[in-house]
Structures are given as structure tokens and as C-alpha cells.
Design a protein around this ligand. Structure first.
Ligand code: DC
Length: 231
């Protein structure tokens, strides 16, 4: 069976990585979470004292000169979960924390960071058999991907899902209005940044999962992928 390249882009908090992961598993493909790569560079910059977590100021000159020293890879833990590795260290937990989350946007807006990571991502996809999720996969990383999916859901649905997630982690103070504001702000920043803004590729299929359950969306995605593979 031919091994295709699948690009999954879309808004934040719409479950892109959940669906990309289960699609990769169903097809026995490699899954690459490109957001984790931008997060790993952010952690590197913070640890090296090249970014101030408060002011978000970045020493771009020094960071640019050190990009070749930033090695990012992925490995599986015993439970089969994907772990992000930065220069030999498992940083999966740290890159999901609030400090990195709050600092990643300005790092992801730097063109030299994007060039470096896009080159790495393209190398990972050379052989096909890959599901990659992010913001610019169908537009920049793999403009010739066999299947491009652009995922979205209404801001209200995404805010509600995020709120439930936060509450599940014990957060009892954040309100729906606060989460909704954050979702709308992130949409604006992602789609208005100068370098590689988030936009739907012309040949991408739109998947609005506002009213879909996870099994329904997995089934739909797998069908699209199989149609492509058998084509
Ligand atoms: O998907 P995520 O929240 O882990 O992404 C982290 C940040 O990286 C987010 O600010 C968007 C950015 N990003 C990007 O600019 N391009 C990608 N291909 C993936 C993520």
C-alpha cells in the first residue's frame, strides 16, 4: 500500500493532536507534533537565558547563532506515548507548562526559528507515511501533501472544551468568559502574524468538529485517508 503524507492544520484547542495521533496509530504512520518543536526551542531559549519570561524579550542574535545546537527528536515512553526530546533530555512535561505556553508565540514568529524547524520537519517526512500537525503544514512544510485537513470548531465549543480540561486538572477559578477571550486572542495572533500565518490551504478539506464526537471524527478522517491511499 502506498504511504502518503498527511497535513493537519487548524485553530488551537480543536483537538488536532488527538485526531492526528489516532490517525497515525490506525495507519501505523509516524506522528509529528510540530507545536512541540516550537515549544522545545522556547524552553531552550529560556534555559539559555536568551529570553526573558516576564518581558518576552529575546536575544535573537544569539538564539540565531545557536540554532544548530538545538536538537529535537521524539521517542515513545513505556506506555507508548510520544515524548519530546531536547538535546538528549525528555522535556515533554516542561514544554506543556504555563511558562513555555506563555512564551512560545514570539518564538514561533521568528523567521530563523521557522526556517530551521521547517527544514527538520521536511526531512522527517521524506519517506511519506507521516501525519504531521501544526499551523503551516499544508501551506509551507508539505505544500504537496497527499491529504490536507484544516480543523476548526466554533470559539465557544473550543472554550468549553478547554474549560472542562482545566476543571479536570482542578482549576475552579477560571471562567468561561476568560477562556473564550484567550481562544479568540490566540486565533487572532495565529492568523495575523507576518511569517507563515495560519490559513486554510486552497486544497485542504475543512473539518468542523463542533458537533462531532471523537469516534465520529476519527472515522471520517480515516475514511479520507483510505480514499487517498487507495486512489
Ligand atoms: O499546537 P501548540 O499549542 O502546541 O503550538 C504551540 C505554538 O507553536 C503556538 O503558538 C502555535 C505555534 N506553532 C506554529 O507556529 N507552527 C506550527 N507548525 C505549530 C505550532
Amino acid at each position: 500500500m502506498k504511504k502518503i503524507t498527511i497535513a493537519i492544520d487548524g485553530h488551537s484547542s480543536c483537538g488536532k493532536s488527538t485526531m492526528a495521533k489516532s490517525l497515525a496509530k490506525a495507519l501505523n504512520y509516524i506522528y509529528v507534533d510540530t507545536g512541540a518543536m516550537y515549544r522545545a526551542v522556547t524552553l531552550y531559549a529560556l534555559r539559555a537565558g536568551l529570553m526573558d519570561a516576564e518581558t518576552k524579550e529575546i536575544d535573537t542574535e544569539r538564539l540565531a547563532s545557536q540554532m544548530d545546537e538545538v536538537n529535537i527528536s521524539f521517542e515513545h515512553d513505556e506506555a507508548g506515548r510520544m515524548q519530546t526530546v531536547l538535546n538528549g533530555e525528555n522535556v515533554e512535561k516542561e514544554i506543556r507548562g504555563m511558562t513555555v505556553s506563555n512564551c512560545v508565540s514570539p518564538i514561533a514568529a521568528l523567521s530563523f526559528v521557522r526556517e530551521h524547524l521547517v527544514a527538520l520537519q521536511q526531512k522527517m517526512g521524506l519517506e511519506g507515511g507521516i501525519v504531521m500537525d501544526g499551523r503551516d503544514i499544508g501551506t509551507v512544510v508539505f505544500p504537496n501533501a497527499d491529504l490536507k485537513v484544516f480543523v476548526t470548531a466554533s470559539p465557544e465549543v473550543r472554550a468549553q472544551r478547554r474549560l472542562l480540561e482545566l476543571q479536570g486538572k482542578g482549576d475552579t477559578t477560571t471562567t468561561f468568559a476568560e477562556v473564550l477571550k484567550n481562544v479568540e486572542e490566540r486565533d487572532y495572533i495565529d492568523s495575523h502574524r507576518e511569517v507563515s500565518p495560519l490559513r486554510q490551504a486552497e486544497d485542504a478539506v475543512l473539518l468542523d468538529n463542533s458537533n462531532l464526537t471523537i469516534p465520529q471524527q476519527d472515522e471520517l478522517l480515516l475514511k479520507w485517508a483510505m480514499d487517498c491511499i487507495e486512489d
